[in-house]
Design a protein around this ligand. Structure first.
Ligand code: FES
Length: 113
């Protein structure tokens, strides 16, 4: 498994459920809290380019606001019959806040090292 680099999520994390866009290192992602868990996923819907941060969560899934495709927040898999998935990124909590993990190759692409 590729080593992860951890990058601080430098925005205020509200209490309760939320879905919002987050920019990390020039990349737009979708940050959300659902069922007391923080998740970070891609922001563009693989179906037809909807903005997932405009969506909402139901029963562990993120719902795209355009055609209501559903994506599992743990596996990233689309609901049965969709045949697609979204990228999910690990999030961990430290004493000074939340951090998002990126595989090094992806991290390197972000930062053009
Ligand atoms: S664009 Fe997201 S479900 Fe169609």
């Amino acid at each position: 498994m590729a080593e992860l680099r951890w990058y601080k999520i430098d925005v205020e994390i509200p209490e309760g459920d939320f879905v919002r866009q987050l920019n990390i290192a020039g990349k737009k992602l979708c940050l959300l809290r659902h069922q007391d868990q923080i998740h970070l996923v891609q922001n563009t819907c693989p179906h037809a380019g909807g903005i997932l941060s405009g969506g909402w969560c139901e029963k562990g899934k993120l719902i795209c606001p355009i055609h209501r495709y559903a994506y599992d927040l743990v596996s990233g898999r689309g609901a049965e019959g969709q045949g697609d998935y979204i990228n999910i990124y690990p999030v961990r909590q430290e004493a000074d806040g939340f951090y998002a993990g990126f595989k090094q190759s992806l991290f390197s692409r972000f930062f053009k090292k």
